[in-house]
Write a protein that binds this ligand. Sequence first.
Ligand SMILES: [Fe+2]
Length: 383
Amino acid sequence: MSESFSNDYLLYAPFPTASTLAQWLQESNGITRQILSNLAAEEQLVPQLDILNPPLWELGHLTWFHEFWVHRDGQESRPSFMKNADYLFNSSEMAHQDRWSTSMPSLDSLLEYNHSVIGSTQALLSTPIDNKAAYFIQLAILHQDMHNEAFAYMWQTMGRSRPFAPFTNTNKFEAKVQTWVHFPKSTIQAGSEQGSGFIFDNEKWAHPIDLPAFDIASAPITNGNYLEFLESPENRAQSTPVTPPLHWKKEGGDWLERIFNEWLPLNLAAAVRHISYFDAQRFCEHSQVRLPSEHELSLLMSQKQGAWQSSNLWEWTCSTFAPFPGFSADPYVEYSKPWFDGSYQVLKGGSSFTPDRLKRVAFRNFYQGQRSDHFCGFRTCLL
Ligand SMILES: [Fe+2]
């Protein structure tokens, strides 16, 4: 962690109160422990794929991350509760493929490590804390929230039962008529301002963007829309037609979709999910529409509820993940900076497994365009 970083994070006030942080931590860590404590021995093993992580490694990693930033000041020279923690659980040092071949501490000892680290933070939160402590505790909680969501989409990938209850009930998804929401030419503010509360470094800093007029769909693309595209003569005539998402199958003429371990009739009115950025682009070409930019989608998502319909998914944008003017890396340098290589696309919104504290409009999620395993969907704009 010798790479230089700025101290801008001290400008990310106001921070939540210690009691709010304590409550968030209890909730987030409670979810992690519930997932891991219910893990059968055979479920500790997962196939070695780029899109998966061994669950025990993930538990060790998120606990190590918390301990490293909250209790060790980001320095390996400070002792850890867990022997070899830096070697085993620093995601920048332990190569992805080595997470399968390196022997890991037992589930019990990792749960004990987690208990010690989180217990120390809960003790810290019963006393007054300064902005620096609040920043790193919030960072560790949000990092854990992201890993909890990753458990959910890994379980979806593997067809395991739902690992924890979603934060939003997607059964309530009612298809409303899709309309085009018109936005006249305007200048908007992208990014986040100092003093607007906790942000990630890739939101630095607020800056004006001139947006030409555009029309964006009030609702996401549905399973029905996507099926129609897949089955269209134009798609079928392609040399490499777009194929159905991996969690769909056709049985006796009926389409089914797998939600975790359950095969259900495909709900044509629900937002289509697990579509890669590249396949979303193919849909757009076929339908003569386009994906919104991150700024266009942010503007829609900052409108009052009722003006647009949430998909409860991360929605792809045509914006390649890149630094804003004024970017400088925060202490966790590996959060954004290594991923500005042009192969990541920005997604906005949040899934039903994303807690509200991560669903700020300014939050920029990012994944490589071929990924479809996370909870992602899309909506479109008129050309
Ligand atoms: Fe991580």
